[in-house]
Design a protein around this ligand. Structure first.
Ligand code: ADP
Ligand code: MG
Length: 326
């Protein structure tokens, strides 16, 4: 039985004021069933939040169509409330409310009866690690706790789809890992579908099964990360000392290909089934001393940089991917 795509856009245009922000987007996302995450990746200002707000019925399209879970976004999205959870990019709390009251109200607004709403509020606050602080007023929460409370209100009513706008923005590394783990559990253990908007490549890489890359109000690339992962190609960044002039012609010995970047630095692609140990053997046979070897299984960075028109370079662990950076 064919499943309904999570998102279906047909020439979707959105104007804010007199400016057109989304310029006729057409795509189908989340066609592969439940328990999957779709990533919207793009630099700040690309139009990710605008697209999300249009999908949730907050911005009316100026042309084209948008469907979410098969529902037309031009219609009243009232019925969508129980089926969709939304974590906005900015805080939208009443600071004087305790977390538990806030969550209970959000659950009721999404259609749960009062008793179930209260039970779920407690349960979800424990689930996101705010159990001990659940009777505190939200204004006393730290930034990281507020992000978790925002996530909690998005999932409190047990929606089938959760839309997260920049969920890890501003989090320290430990909180960021916790957030991404919660997102992964939502899809893997609870079978929810997730849409994650982020300007951080690593977020999308870690939790998403497919991704679209947005730039200037358009989609510049769509890729299936699940397939990429299955194909199991891996990327190695290598730095060697010694005469590496013969390395390029030696790489096919292990089925690999690569480019020299000068100063003993190489970027190498390993085919499926070839482990990174093969590089050590090859380097030894070439009398090269390995100074540094980093290994990644993903390709989104390459795809992203190409889509953005950047030359390949090596951003650090959490590099944002703003188009404007140098
Ligand atoms: P992203 O979420 O990818 O960072 P946004 O969707 O927030 O991007 O913004 C896309 C563009 O739309 C930006 O140029 C932004 O300035 C503009 N924009 C966003 N919201 C509004 C608004 N309410 N009115 C006018 N322009 C807006
Ligand atoms: Mg945004």
């Amino acid at each position: 039985m064919p499943t309904t795509p999570v998102v279906e856009l047909e020439n979707l245009k959105v104007k804010l004021g007199r400016r057109e922000i989304l310029h006729g987007i057409t795509c189908r996302l989340g066609v592969s069933g439940t328990g999957k995450a779709v990533g919207l990746l793009g630099p700040n200002g690309a139009g990710k939040s605008t697209l999300i707000l249009a999908l949730l019925g907050f911005h009316r399209p100026s042309a084209g169509r948008a469907r979410i879970l098969g529902m037309d976004c031009r219609r009243s999205m009232g019925e969508a409330r129980s089926r969709i959870g939304y974590m906005p990019e900015n805080d939208s709390f009443v600071g004087e409310m305790t977390a538990v009251t806030f969550l209970r109200q959000m659950a009721e607004l999404s259609g749960l009866p009062p008793k179930a709403a209260l039970e779920k509020a407690h349960e979800v606050l424990f689930h996101v690690g705010l159990g001990e602080s659940r009777y505190r007023e939200l204004r006393t929460y730290s930034y990281g706790m507020k992000q978790m409370a925002k996530l909690a209100q998005a999932i409190v009513h047990g929606p089938e789809l959760v839309v997260l706008d920049e969920p890890t923005n501003g989090l320290d590394p430990a909180a960021r890992r916790r957030m991404l783990k919660l997102v992964a559990d939502m899809k893997e253990e609870q079978g929810m579908n997730v849409i994650v908007c982020s300007h951080l490549l690593r977020d999308i890489e870690q939790v998403c099964d497919e991704a679209v890359i947005m730039k200037d109000g358009a989609i510049v690339h769509q890729c299936n990360l699940e397939e990429e992962r299955r194909s199991n190609r891996s990327f190695v960044e290598l730095e060697v000392t010694g005469d590496d002039r013969n390395l390029l012609t030696a790489l096919p010995e292990i089925g690999a290909e690569g480019v020299a970047e000068g100063g003993g630095r190489w970027r190498i692609v390993l085919p499926p089934g070839v482990e990174v140990e093969a590089i050590w053997g090859l380097a030894a046979r070439q009398n090269l001393l390995v100074r540094k070897l980093t290994h990644r299984r993903d390709t989104l960075e390459e795809i992203f940089l190409k889509a953005m028109g950047h030359l390949a370079h090596t951003p650090g662990e959490d590099s944002p991917v703003d188009a404007g950076r140098t």
